[in-house]
Ligand binder design. Structure first.
Ligand code: BT5
Length: 329
């Protein structure tokens, strides 16, 4: 009922809808409509009520709520199912459980807070309540598993574009999964895949964006390497608007790649916005430990590193330190 009333109000935003109209449409009493309006107000919806005119929705709260995110969302695939939580251990864990049970491609799991947010290789991701976007998207691309790193690249491009469009900031991409502003991390991406040698069963792309964190929300040990959009712009940023923009950008990039199989646009964008390419780097991976010049990306999104003896190595994953950053001199 709450959802239906909300939809009626949102579809008529800035206009009055009479209590009688709503009670008639939903088959409930006007007293019940009034009660739901009170509950919505308690959740932060600003609803004006005027005798003989009815109710008018004036402003929306910045709540991670599937009704708000789904409202007038223009995507076809991403977000056709949205599951939102106040608090969850990790949206990637929930997304993997849902994916294993066969949820639709494009399902979005999103939470106001994560109590066990995950980074790569067992590291943790700080995800305080109501301050950021902690979201995972289930994809089922028909492509070979060797191309899976491209999904991280697509997400990195989409996040960079969405941040630039909404805030005017100019983020850079640190291969493979960090988005930086002035050298500090504002977003991390965790892509997890289930499949075999030839086929991908599902990919979960987890995106964490520090939106409205204040300095106090960032643990001391991260203060010199992490930032948020609010810290950088000095203003509060609407998370719901950012999620919608991000889903739109990612869907465009993803569906275009699935249609054409052409990754050139993605790779070119990353190279143009890269904090890595053109710099000397140290890469530490599960089986790699190398140092050289980052000279570009392969069409699968692997980092091309020229070693000091002139050989070029293709790196699929790993932790990168860029000279001049990360304490690497
Ligand atoms: C990442 O790992 O950057 C991937 C982070 C992915 C988070 C999203 S949130 C939604 C979804 N659900 C999850 O459970 N995870 C995904 P990595 O490259 O390993 O970086 C982790 C390191 O970043 C940590 O060891 C810290 O040093 C630092 N870090 C942790 N929280 C941070 C934050 N909020 N902002 C900036 N840096 C952070």
């Amino acid at each position: 009922m709450r959802q239906k009333i909300l939809e009626i109000l949102m579809d008529n935003m800035d206009e009055f809808v009479s209590g009688e109209n709503i009670s008639h449409r939903l088959g409930v009493t006007r007293a019940a409509v009034w009660k739901h309006m009170e509950l919505l107000r308690e959740e932060g919806y600003e609803i004006e009520s005027v005798p003989r005119k009815g109710y008018r929705l004036v402003d929306l709260p910045d709540t991670i709520d599937k009704a708000l995110i789904g409202w007038r969302l223009s995507t076809k695939v991403l977000g056709r199912e949205i599951i939102s939580f106040d608090s969850v251990d990790s949206t990637n864990i929930v997304a993997k459980e849902r994916a294993a049970k066969g949820c639709m491609e494009g399902t979005v799991i999103i939470a106001d807070e994560q109590t066990g947010g995950k980074g790569r290789l067992g590291r943790s991701w700080v995800s305080p309540s109501k301050k950021g976007i902690w979201m995972s998207i289930v994809l089922r691309p028909v492509m070979t598993p060797t191309k899976a790193p491209l999904i991280t690249s697509m997400a990195a491009v989409a996040v960079t574009q969405a941040i630039a469009n909404i805030t005017g900031l100019k983020p850079t991409i640190k291969w493979p999964n960090d988005i930086l502003i002035d050298g500090k991390k504002v977003c991390g991406i965790l892509t997890e895949m289930q499949g075999d040698m030839d086929t991908i069963q599902y990919i979960v792309v987890g995106i964490g964006i520090n939106v409205n964190l204040d300095m106090d929300d960032i643990p001391d040990e991260l203060k010199d390497k992490a930032t948020s959009l609010k810290i950088e712009t000095g203003s509060f940023i609407c998370r719901v608007a950012m999620v919608k923009a991000l889903l739109r950008e990612l869907e465009n990039i993803y569906l275009n790649y699935i249609d054409t199989g052409d990754s050139k646009g993605i790779i070119d964008y990353i190279v143009d916005h890269s904090a890595t390419i053109g710099n000397r780097v140290k890469v530490i991976g599960v089986n790699t430990h190398l140092e050289g010049m980052a000279i570009g990306l392969s069409d699968n999104g692997a980092l091309l590193v020229m070693l000091d003896d002139g050989r070029i190595e293709k790196v699929m994953s790993g932790d990168v330190s860029v000279r001049g950053m990360d304490g690497y001199v």
